[in-house]
Structures are given as C-alpha cells and as structure tokens.
Design a protein around this ligand. Structure first.
Ligand code: SF4
Ligand code: ZN
Ligand code: ZN
Length: 356
C-alpha cells in the first residue's frame, strides 16, 4: 500500500493519527493545527491584552512545558505583546520535585524567560515531606492543593504579574466535571469549566489548553523533542480522581469526542438562583489577607492544624471542634506572610482586605 498523504496539506506523508479527530496528518500540519487551536481559544476568550505580564505555572511536567513552548511561539507569531515568566512552586517532595525543578531551570535557559521558584518551606515553614510525616498519605493532596493555589498567587504577586496561565488540559477539565457531578458539588461544577477563573481585581487565572487533548500534548512534546519530566509524584495522587480518569479514558477509547462533549455539558449546566444564593461571598482572611470565603483562609486553617499537631482539624468537622475546644490559636503561632496584590491591581481593587 502506498504511504498515505496528509489529510490537511495533501502533500507530505501522514505519520500520525490525530487523537482528537482521527485524521491522518503530517508532523508540520499537526504542530500548526495544535498551535492554531490554542491561539483560537486565547483570542475567542480574549484572555490577554497587549502589555500583560503573564506567569506560566511551570512544574517541569509535559503540560506546562508544552504550554511554555506554545505561549512563546504564539506570542512571537501573532505579536500578542506579552511579557512571559516562569513560576514554579517547590512543594518540598524529595526525589520528585527537586528533579522536576531541574527541568524547569533548563526550560528557563531554552525559552529565555525569567524564572521564580517559591517553596512551601519559605512560605508556610512546612515541606510536603514534613506534612506527610504528620498527616500520612491520605489527605496529603488536600494540603498540597490548597498550599499550591495560594503559593502561585503569592509568587505572581512577587513577580508583579497580573495573570497566571496553567497547563490544565481538556482531559483534566472533563475529569473535574465528572468528579463534581459524582460529588454533587454544584458550586464547583459551575466554575470548573470557566477558562478564566478570577475577576478584574484579582490575579487572573486561565487555562489556554482548555480544549487541548492530553494525548495531543504528549504527541506535541514528543515530536518537538521538548525537555520535560515525566515521573509521578511519590505521594499517591487523589484516588477519587483516578476513578474519574479511568472512566474518561474508557469513554475516549469508544468515542474520542467524549472529552470535549463532557466539557460542553459542564458549560451548559445552569445553576439555580436559590443555589447561587447559598454560595458564600468572597472576603479576605483576617490572618494573612488572602482571598477567602471564611474568616480564615484554607491555608491558614491547615497551617494552624499542622502547627498545633492537629492536622486533621481542617479536614474533618469533628477534629476542628476538638481543636476549637482546646482554645484559640496561640499568639506565637507561625503565620503566612501578609498577602498583597501586585501594585497595578491594588489600584483597581475594591476588596477591603481588613488588614492594615
Ligand atoms: Fe501534591 Fe498530591 Fe500532587 Fe503530590 S500528588 S504534588 S502531594 S497534590
Ligand atoms: Zn500536512
Ligand atoms: Zn490566611
């Protein structure tokens, strides 16, 4: 059988089957369609404006490495006028994050972007290794997820950037839709498909790979020979997400459009007015000034539990009551430094931080 020609350019030899569409195409056309789809996602959602300072959340893994490469390519090709930075969070996981950060440092050279690394240890006084030694391997990802989210915002504030982009891909978002349905978490279901998750007066967070398939990201990294780190975290990831992931992979095998279809379903859900009314208003943490829907932000609550040797307090209500019964937090408790928005956002902000 003669070699197939590319379904897009009808010229070069097709060397791959595109996971998203099943088309047989050549390498150059694959790069072009992949990049153009991300460009379309960015322009349709009007993610950026000229002069924006944008931090790429970089872990050294495939998603964020491909994101850094594609953001640099598109910024040059279409003259977005963005200033790009790499922002990495060091969770303090020996044998995992220390190695992946070496990859990020090489990416910094390869992509010629400034890099900021912020560690849990310097911010919270705890590494994930130390947290796992207190809480075990059951709720460790709860701590890690809350700490990472806040660390990224704090790193962005240090870099004085107004926008963070993360490498979350279509598979991640479809998995989250499924998990929120399975848990009945309607408030999160409403938010999880948004491409941009924060408002005008906070640091924006967005996902340019919202419609990019994980398999295509892997393929892109492979054919571009990008330098990335592919080992999994040594502390077992969220088991519940694992079920959603396995289910999604089965659906994708039967029908590749399942991933996009689930995202579209998530987007189409409407939240009833009376459910919206029960959602808490955003305020600021009275201890550290970070955005929060309670008096104390989640990171401060988790940190207090760790410091008082009652780490479960932020995870279960029973443990929280037990900690409260022991009296208020001691005065000399370790605190997270005061959070300040980057200078250009402070002027716009109408949120009263409550911290002077
Ligand atoms: Fe952190 Fe859990 Fe992810 Fe490991 S798997 S990096 S502990 S969230
Ligand atoms: Zn082609
Ligand atoms: Zn706080």
């Amino acid at each position: 059988m003669p070699p197939r020609t590319c379904a897009l350019c009808d010229d070069a030899r097709a060397i791959l089957k595109r996971p998203k569409t099943g088309q047989q195409i050549c390498k150059e056309c694959f790069f072009y369609v992949f990049e153009t789809e991300v460009h379309n996602t960015i322009t349709e959602a009007r993610l950026f404006k000229r002069g924006d300072r944008v931090a790429i959340g970089a872990s050294g893994g495939k998603d964020s490495t491909v994101l850094a490469h594609v953001m640099k390519t598109l910024n040059e090709r279409y003259d977005y006028g963005l200033e790009l930075f790499l922002l990495s969070i060091d969770e303090g996981i020996t044998g995992y994050r220390d190695d992946s950060l070496e990859t990020v440092k090489r990416n910094q050279q390869q992509y010629d972007m400034p890099l900021k690394i912020l560690s849990y240890d310097e911010l919270y006084g705890w590494t994930m290794d130390a947290i796992v030694s207190q809480v075990g391997k059951k709720n460790n990802c709860t701590f890690c997820g809350v700490f990472r989210r806040q660390a990224l915002d704090r790193g962005a504030a240090i870099l004085n950037v107004d926008h963070i982009v993360t490498g979350h891909n279509a598979d991640d978002i479809a998995e989250t839709v499924l998990m929120n349905i399975m848990r009945g978490d309607i408030a999160r279901l409403g938010r999880c498909t948004s491409i941009c998750t924060q408002g005008e007066d906070t640091i924006k967070r967005s996902k340019p790979f919202k419609y990019a398939y994980e398999k295509e990201i892997v393929m892109y990294a492979y054919f571009k020979k990008l330098d990335y780190f592919s080992t999994e975290c040594i502390y077992s990831p969220d088991a519940y997400r694992g079920h959603a992931r396995a289910f999604l992979k089965d659906l994708e095998a039967a029908r590749p459009s399942a991933i996009i279809d689930i995202i579209h379903s998530g987007e189409a859900f409407e939240i009833k007015e009376d459910i919206k009314a029960t959602q808490k208003l955003q305020q600021t943490c009275k201890r550290c000034g970070y955005m929060s829907s309670n008096e104390l932000c989640k990171a401060c609550t988790l940190l207090e539990g760790l410091e008082r040797g009652m780490a479960q307090a932020a995870v279960t209500d029973r443990a929280r009551k037990k900690m409260d019964a022991e009296g208020p937090a001691p005065e000399n408790l370790r605190r997270i430094p005061l959070f300040k928005l980057p200078a250009n956002l402070q002027a716009n902000s109408n949120v009263d931080t409550g911290v002077r």
